[in-house]
Design a protein around this ligand. Structure first.
Ligand code: NAD
Ligand code: MG
Length: 396
C-alpha cells in the first residue's frame, strides 16, 4: 500500500473544514493531516489538533500563537505553530504536502489558495471567492504550475462528474450545449416580497437543505451564491456566461447537470451533504466511502424545477452582469458583497439593501483590466472603500 497523502486543511474549524476532517478520519490508511488553520475559534482548533495530530497549525496572530502553544504543550503535542497569512501560504505550499483543502471563507483565502496552486498541489477548491475575484490570473497560475484543481462546491463537483474526463478542448468540442446550475432557492424562495425588508440574519442563515457557514448561508438566501457560482463555473469549465443556466430545484438532490447537443442531460444526484464532493475530490479518480447515507429516492418522492425570479433575487442579475463584463467587475462585486453580508449579519442594513449596496458600488467604478495580483487587491480595496462609504450614508 502507498503511503498516506498529506493534507493541509485551510479553514479547518469551518463547516467545510470539519466535513473534510470527518472524511479524512474515515481513511487513516489513505490520508494524514499535515496542517490545520483556524481564525476565531482557537479552542475548537486545539481540539482538532488533539484529534488529528497535524505537524503544523496556523493561527491569526501572536496572541493566538501563545495560547495555541500552551494548549498544545498541555496536551503533549509538538505541532509547529505558524502565524497569519504568511503561515497559511507556507503550509499550503510545503513540499511535503500532497493536497490542500482551500476552505477559508472570502477574499482572505486568495493568497493561501494561490500559494497552493503555484506550488503545483492538488487543490480542492471550496473558497469560490478566491477564484471569482482573480479568475484569469488564478487559472493562468493553474496552467503554469500544473496544479490539479478539483471543485468542492457541490454544483461544480457535479458538473465535473458529468463532463468527459478531458473537457479542456472546450465545452463545444466535447458536445456540451449548456451547463444547468441548480439552486435551492434558499429560505426566501416563497417569502412575500414585501416581507423581505423585515427578515433577520437568523432567518437568512436557516437554509432549508444545507448546513453551512454564515456568509455562504446569506449568499444562498440572496442567491448571490448562485451568481458567484456562475462566475466560478465559467472559469472552471471555460464556459461563457450565456452557457450557464440557473435552475431552481428546491429539493437539492440534483447538484447540477450538463446538457449535451444530442439531447442527453447528465445529472449528479445525492443527499445534500458536502462530504460527497469532498470525498470525490480527495480520492479522484477513485471513489471512497464518505459517510453519506445512500439516497432514498422514495423518500425524496419528486423533483421540482423552476426558473429563478430575478425580481426576487436581484443579486443573481448583478452577478450575471459582472460575469459578462469580466475584468474587475467580479472582483468588485465579490468585495461589495462581503461588506454587505457582514453589515447585514451585524444588523446594520436590511436584507434588500445587500443588493442595493452592491449595485451602487459596482456602478460607481469603471471596469478595468486586472493584469496582476496587485490590481486584483486594488479593485477589492476600492470596492470595500465604496461599500464602507455607502454604509456610512445608509447603514445603522
Ligand atoms: P465557515 O464560516 O464555516 O468557515 C470558514 C473558515 O475560514 C473557518 O475555519 C475560519 O476560521 C476561516 N476564516 C475566516 N476568516 C478568516 C480569515 N480572515 N483568515 C483566515 N481564516 C479565516 O465557512 P464554510 O461554510 O466552511 O465555507 C468555506 C468556503 O467554502 C466558502 O468560500 C464557501 O463559499 C465555500 N463553500 C461552502 C459550502 C458549505 O456547504 N459550507 C459549500 C460550497 C462552498
Ligand atoms: Mg454550491
Amino acid at each position: 500500500m502507498s503511503k498516506p497523502q498529506r493534507i493541509t486543511v485551510l479553514g479547518a474549524t469551518g463547516s467545510i473544514g470539519l466535513s473534510t476532517l470527518d472524511v479524512i478520519a474515515r481513511h487513516p490508511d489513505r490520508y494524514q493531516v499535515f496542517a490545520l488553520s483556524g481564525f476565531s475559534r482557537l479552542d475548537e482548533l486545539l481540539a482538532l489538533c488533539v484529534k488529528h495530530r497535524p505537524q503544523c497549525v496556523v493561527v491569526p496572530d501572536a496572541a493566538g500563537a501563545q495560547r495555541m502553544q500552551a494548549g498544545l504543550r498541555a496536551a503533549g503535542l509538538a505541532a509547529e505553530v505558524l502565524v497569519g497569512e504568511e503561515g497559511l501560504c507556507q503550509v499550503a505550499a510545503d513540499p511535503s504536502v500532497d493536497a490542500v483543502m482551500a476552505a477559508i471563507v472570502g477574499a482572505a483565502g486568495l493568497r493561501p489558495t494561490l500559494a497552493a496552486v503555484e506550488a503545483g498541489k492538488k487543490v480542492l477548491l471550496a473558497n469560490k471567492e478566491a477564484l471569482v475575484m482573480s479568475g484569469a490570473l488564478f487559472m493562468e497560475a493553474v496552467r503554469r504550475s500544473g496544479a490539479l484543481l478539483l471543485p468542492i462546491d457541490s454544483e461544480h463537483n457535479a458538473i465535473f462528474q458529468c463532463l468527459p474526463r478531458d473537457f479542456s478542448p472546450g465545452l463545444g468540442r466535447v458536445g456540451v450545449r449548456r451547463i444547468l446550475l441548480t439552486a435551492s432557492g434558499g429560505p426566501f424562495r416563497e417569502t412575500p416580497l414585501a416581507q423581505l425588508e423585515q427578515v433577520t440574519p437568523e432567518q437568512a442563515c436557516a437554509h432549508p437543505n444545507w448546513s453551512m457557514g454564515r456568509k455562504i448561508s446569506v449568499d444562498s438566501a440572496s442567491m448571490m451564491n448562485k451568481g458567484l457560482e456562475l462566475i466560478e463555473a465559467c472559469w472552471l469549465f471555460d464556459a461563457r456566461p450565456h452557457q450557464v443556466e440557473v435552475v431552481v430545484h428546491r429539493q437539492s438532490v440534483i447538484h447540477s447537470m450538463v446538457d449535451y447537443v444530442d439531447g442527453s442531460v447528465l445529472a449528479q444526484m445525492g443527499n445534500p451533504d458536502m462530504r460527497t464532493p469532498i470525498a470525490h475530490a480527495l480520492s479522484w479518480p477513485e471513489r471512497i466511502d464518505s459517510g453519506v447515507a445512500p439516497l432514498d429516492l422514495f423518500a425524496v418522492g419528486r423533483l421540482d424545477f423552476e426558473a429563478p425570479d430575478e425580481l426576487r433575487f436581484p443579486c443573481l442579475r448583478l452577478a450575471r452582469q459582472a460575469a459578462e463584463a469580466g475584468n474587475s467587475a467580479p472582483t468588485m462585486l465579490n468585495a461589495a458583497n462581503e461588506v454587505a453580508v457582514a453589515a447585514f449579519l451585524e444588523r446594520r442594513i436590511r436584507y434588500p439593501e445587500i443588493a442595493r449596496m452592491i449595485e451602487d458600488v459596482v456602478s460607481l467604478e469603471p471596469v478595468v483590466a486586472l493584469d496582476a495580483l496587485d490590481a486584483v487587491f486594488a479593485a477589492d480595496t476600492r470596492a470595500r472603500e465604496l461599500a464602507g462609504q455607502w454604509l456610512n450614508r445608509h447603514g445603522r
